[in-house]
Design a binder for this molecule. Structure first.
Ligand SMILES: NC(=O)C1=CN([C@@H]2O[C@H](COP(=O)(O)OP(=O)(O)OC[C@H]3O[C@@H](n4cnc5c(N)ncnc54)[C@H](OP(=O)(O)O)[C@@H]3O)[C@@H](O)[C@H]2O)C=CC1
Ligand SMILES: CC[C@](O)(C(C)=O)C(=O)O
Ligand SMILES: [Mg+2]
Ligand SMILES: [Mg+2]
Length: 328
């Protein structure tokens, strides 16, 4: 397995081809706009509604998913994971022809068997390791976000080269693209978002905020300390790793970091992380998420509502009103 950069990928492989971006949400709008700016012919596929209108306003030719599956050479599926199976079966599969490429940015549906493409199409993945809005922002700033590339089916014999050309079109080869498998991407992505990036980080931020507020400190100070400043600290880690961050903070903070960090994230926490990973590997999380959607998302909706009402969200909204550069 190796890393691929701009000089390893040939954008001309997409010349004369049409890429259909199915779904114009977080990843869809970013990948569609980056590809277009890279000179690739892009159409957007969706259903009548907000995203369809937005894609038209952004200057794209927009069509139904079924029509896009007919006209495109590469079909990049960027609908929510839980919707992809049904739309694939109803609108994409009946219109597929040999030699097309089905592309994904997350391996969930292939790895967990929700989508089973015919043998005569390429099936690959280009997964940006970034939220969609930053895929676009970093590209327009001249950079790119790292990505993963994987091939599940190589019907044409050119699947990896085409996927790498696509990765170049969205800017990922500027930062580096690592070759992986659908299984590795799916399991590590689910683990990362649950244990560290989203679940772990939000739980840490809320616990810190609540500890300060419950001890009588101002919610405003607790917000700045536990949420706002986290971005600034993480920016330093992004630029130069843990040591760059530790270079910039005071020695007092660095000593506190060494003494207290291991008391917060303990061996017990790591034990739980290993359990989370095993549940993902055994497909238990995927099953739970599929059943949750079939039941109309009762837990998801209830917790989402509860989280929106957390005091950190109220105080944060008020404080950010004064920071116009953040609102932009
Ligand atoms: N969000 C991210 O940053 C990342 C996402 N990914 C992966 O990318 C994929 C897309 O995720 P994400 O960008 O978050 O998705 P979003 O939820 O942001 O966007 C979903 C899009 O799909 C459209 N859509 C939903 N249902 C249908 C349907 N039945 N028919 C046609 N269009 C439909 C929505 O249109 P409408 O407005 O009509 O609802 C919307 O445009 C997933 O596989 C995800 O795991 C990978 C890396 C990061
Ligand atoms: C961290 C969440 C993510 O995996 C991502 C932005 O990479 C996602 O599924 O949105
Ligand atoms: Mg991810
Ligand atoms: Mg993810």
């Amino acid at each position: 397995m190796k890393m691929y950069y701009d000089h390893d990928a040939d954008l001309s492989l997409l010349g004369g081809k049409t890429v259909a971006i199915v779904g114009y949400g977080s990843q869809g709008h970013a990948q569609a706009q980056n590809l277009r700016d890279s000179g690739v012919k892009v159409v957007v596929a969706g259903r009548p509604g907000r995203s369809w209108t937005q894609a038209e306003q952004d200057g794209f030719e927009v069509m139904t998913v079924a029509d896009a599956a007919k006209v495109a050479d590469i079909i990049q599926i960027l609908m929510p994971d839980e919707r992809q199976g049904q739309v694939y079966r109803e609108e994409i599969a009946p219109n597929l022809r040999a030699g097309q490429m089905l592309l994904f940015s997350h391996g969930f549906n292939i790895h967990f068997g929700q989508i089973a493409p015919p043998a005569d199409v390429d099936v690959a993945m280009v997964a940006p390791k970034s939220p969609g809005h930053l895929v676009r922002r970093v590209y327009t700033q001249g950079g790119g976000v790292p990505g993963l590339v994987a091939v599940h089916q190589n019907a044409t014999g050119k699947a990896k080269e085409i996927a790498l050309a696509y990765a170049k079109g969205i800017g990922c080869t500027r930062a580096g693209v690592f070759e992986t498998s659908f299984r590795e991407e799916t399991e590590t992505d689910l683990f990362g978002e649950q244990a560290v990036l989203c679940g772990g980080a939000t739980a840490l931020v809320k616990a810190g905020f609540e500890t300060l507020v419950e001890a009588g400190y101002s919610p405003e100070i607790a917000y700045f300390e536990c949420l706002h400043e986290l971005k600034l600290i993480v920016d330093l880690m992004y630029e130069g790793g843990l040591s760059r961050m530790r270079y910039s903070i005071s020695d007092t903070a660095e000593f506190g970091d060494y003494m207290t960090g291991p008391r917060i994230v303990t061996e017990e926490t790591k034990k739980e992380m290993r359990k989370v990973l095993e549940e993902i590997q055994r497909g238990e999380f995927a099953k739970k998420w599929i059943l949750e959607n079939q039941a109309g998302r009762p837990s998801y909706n209830a917790i989402k509502q509860q989280e929106a009402e957390h005091p950190i969200e109220q105080v944060g909204a008020r404080l950010r009103e004064m920071m116009s550069w953040i609102k932009k």
